[in-house]
Design a protein around this ligand. Sequence first.
Ligand SMILES: [Mn+2]
Length: 345
Amino acid sequence: MLSRLPARPSLTEMADFIVSPAVLESLKQAGRVLILPHHNPDGDALGSATGLARAILAEGGRAELYLTGAWSEHLSYLLEGLTLPSSQPDPVHYDLAALIDCHSFDRLGPESPALAAALADVPLVVIDHHLLAKPSDQAASNWFHQPEASSTGELVWLVIKSLGWVPPRLASQALLLAMAADTGFFTQANTTPAVMRGVADLLELGGDLEEIHRRLKKNLPLRRLKLMGLALDSLQLHFNGRLATIMVTPALLAAAGAVMADTEDLVELGRSLAGVTLSALIKDNGHGPGTIRVSLRSQEPVDARSLALLFDGGGHRQASAYNDPQAAEAGAALTNLLARAEAFL
Ligand SMILES: [Mn+2]
């Protein structure tokens, strides 16, 4: 039977992420861990961070989460029962800080400089799957950094497994959610055998994908469907239907009775159209230059990350984002995008 399987060496290598011993030792020794996912945490960031926190708590350690920015209300249930310091964390309370789904304090939003300064003397571990943001960054021994991984959830699970810890059910659920979020519920090209092995492990520990799917995809408030309808009306196609754009403005949000956090799935509407290889969601919150956010989703072979890098953004090949440094409103961001995008299509 095995001899009939096609050789997939790259996939086999992906199964062989080895957790840095320094990361394992740090987590094993630490009694009090401060966990910091990236600014505006998404499903992977919050699932990974809370999964790690719950696993540490189950081992008798202490774990707290420091969150910055905003997150989808669908994810708030992940935080139930966990400790979140409400003000800037005091370093004397922690003997380890963990950057989750990011590898630099720069990714912690406006509080980044203050947090980096406050935690400068606290030992650090990094668990992340994002490509290095700056060439000057270097993966270090205290990093578990695997850009080939589907999700940080996949990596946190390998850490917990390597430590020999048995996570409680809520941790398994959080890590499954993280993996589901970053693979488009296991439909994207990053759905590797390695991540599915992690899924299998977590299902055996009591994980429940149906519950996660229900919470994330079948639990929408009416305003999100209304917003979807209005956003579809704003959809435009460019370059012979290869690029789809949707613009969300304060007026559109008001018409739907929605808030910007309700927009997270809109970019997938464009990507679902036949012939579209790049979908862009332009989010204008009315706050002017530097705040117009553009989310990109691509189909192979379009490299959305390289396009985002032109605007000082980043992310992954098929999912990336940037804040347009020039545009003061959504229309200008569209013009700037159209000027740069065609070369990538
Ligand atoms: Mn991620």
